[in-house]
Ligand binder design. Structure first.
Ligand code: NAP
Length: 321
C-alpha cells in the first residue's frame, strides 16, 4: 500500500499525529511554534497528500500548485478559513476542512473574559497594584459598567455568538443580535431580539463580534459605524482582526468616542496597529480564543480524522470545499 505523507505546519498536541501514524501515514512536521516562512512552506509541500494548516498560512493557488497532483486535502486547524482560497481548492479537486464546534465553548469563555475584564477594568487595576501606585480604597476609583440590565449586542449568532449570548443570561443582560438567519436558541433561551445592524450599533452597551471574515465583513466596523455607537460602549473582538478598521478604532478610543475595547485578534496580527497598546482603555490578548488544553487536543484529533477520511476516499466529517 502507498504510504501518504502529510505535512503539518506547526507543533500541535500529539493526539492527531498519533492517529495519523497509527494509520500508516508519514507525518512531516514543522516542529516549531513559529510559522514557517512562505519559502520554507513552498519548499516542503511538493508530493504531500495532506496539508494541515494554521490560520496564519495563506493557502492559495501557488501553494496548491507547489504541492502538486498528490495533494488531496487541506485540513485547517481552525474553524475560520479566511486563509484558504476555496475556489482554488475546488478547481484542483482538493478537499478542504475546518474544526467547527470543539472550540465554541473555549472561545465563548474567552469573549466573556474580555467582557468582564473591560467592564470592570481588570487590567488597569492589575497595573495599579503592580506599579505600587495604589494608595487604598476610594469611592471613585476605576468605576466600570454594571452588566445586569445592560444590553449585549452580538454581530453574528452562529455557534460562538450563540454561546456568548446564552452565557449572558447568568449576568442578567438583555441580548440583541444581527445575523442573516434567526437563532432560535438565542431567542428562546436568552430572550434575544434580532435587530438591524444600525440598531445593534446604537443600542449595545457591549458589542461582541462573531461573524467570519469575508469580503462582506472586512472593515464592517469602521469610522462610520463607531460614531453610531454609544460613547460608553465596550467593543469586543474574538472573531477576526480585519472585521475592524483598527486605525479608526484607535482614533475613537483616543477621543473617548467609545469607552473600551477588548481584543483577541488583530487587523495585522501579530503586528499591532500603532497607538492601540498605548491606550489604557483596551484589554489585549494574543489570539487565545481556542487555547484550552481540551480544545486544542480535540482540534488535533479532528484535523487527523478529516485527513484520514479523504485519504481513504470517504467524505470528510467537516468539509468546507
Ligand atoms: P459560525 O457558526 O459559522 O457562525 C458565524 C455566524 O456569522 C453565522 O451564524 C452566520 O449566520 C453569521 N454571518 C456570516 N456572515 C454574516 C454577515 N455578513 N452578516 C451577519 N451575519 C453573518 O462560526 P463560529 O464557529 O461561530 O465562528 C465564528 C468565527 O469566530 C470564525 O469564523 C472565526 O473567524 C472566529 N474564531 C476565532 C477564534 C479565536 O481564537 N479568537 C476561535 C474560533 C473562531 P448567517 O449565515 O445566517 O448570517
Amino acid at each position: 500500500m502507498t504510504r501518504h505523507r502529510v505535512l503539518i505546519t506547526r507543533r500541535v498536541p500529539p493526539s492527531g499525529l498519533d492517529l495519523l501514524q497509527a494509520n500508516d501515514v508519514d507525518v512531516d512536521i514543522f516542529d516549531q511554534d513559529n510559522p514557517p516562512t512562505r519559502d520554507e512552506l513552498l519548499a516542503r509541500v511538493p508530493g504531500v497528500a495532506g496539508l494541515i494548516t494554521m490560520l496564519s498560512e495563506r493557502v492559495d493557488a501557488d501553494l496548491l500548485d507547489a504541492a502538486g497532483k498528490s495533494l488531496k486535502i487541506v485540513a485547517n486547524f481552525a474553524v475560520g478559513y479566511d486563509n484558504i482560497d476555496l475556489d482554488a481548492c475546488r478547481a484542483r479537486n482538493i478537499r478542504a476542512t475546518n474544526t467547527p464546534g470543539v472550540l465554541t465553548d473555549a472561545t465563548a469563555d474567552l469573549a466573556w473574559a474580555l467582557i468582564l475584564s473591560a467592564a470592570r477594568r481588570v487590567p488597569e487595576g492589575d497595573r495599579l497594584m503592580r506599579t505600587g501606585k495604589w494608595t487604598g480604597w476610594t469611592p471613585m476609583q476605576l468605576l466600570g459598567l454594571q452588566l445586569r440590565g445592560a444590553t449585549l449586542g452580538l454581530f453574528g449568532a452562529g455557534r460562538i455568538g450563540t454561546a456568548v449570548g446564552l452565557r449572558a443570561v447568568g449576568f442578567g443582560m438583555n441580548v440583541i443580535y444581527t445575523n442573516r438567519s434567526r437563532s432560535a436558541a438565542l431567542e428562546e433561551q436568552a430572550g434575544a431580539r434580532r435587530v438591524e445592524f444600525d440598531e445593534l450599533l446604537a443600542e449595545s452597551d457591549v458589542l461582541s463580534l462573531h461573524v467570519p471574515l469575508t469580503p462582506e465583513t472586512r472593515h464592517r466596523i469602521g469610522a462610520a459605524e463607531l460614531v453610531k455607537m454609544k460613547p460608553t460602549v465596550i467593543l469586543i473582538n474574538t472573531a477576526r482582526g480585519p472585521l475592524v478598521d483598527e486605525a479608526a478604532l484607535v482614533d475613537a478610543l483616543r477621543e473617548r468616542r467609545i469607552a473600551m475595547a477588548g481584543f483577541d485578534v488583530y487587523e495585522h496580527e501579530p503586528r499591532m496597529t500603532p497607538g492601540l497598546a498605548d491606550l489604557d482603555s483596551v484589554v489585549l490578548l494574543p489570539h487565545l480564543g481556542s487555547a484550552t488544553v481540551l480544545t486544542r487536543l480535540q482540534m488535533s484529533t479532528m484535523v487527523a480524522e478529516n485527513v484520514l477520511a479523504v485519504l481513504r476516499g470517504d467524505e470528510p466529517p467537516n468539509p468546507i470545499a
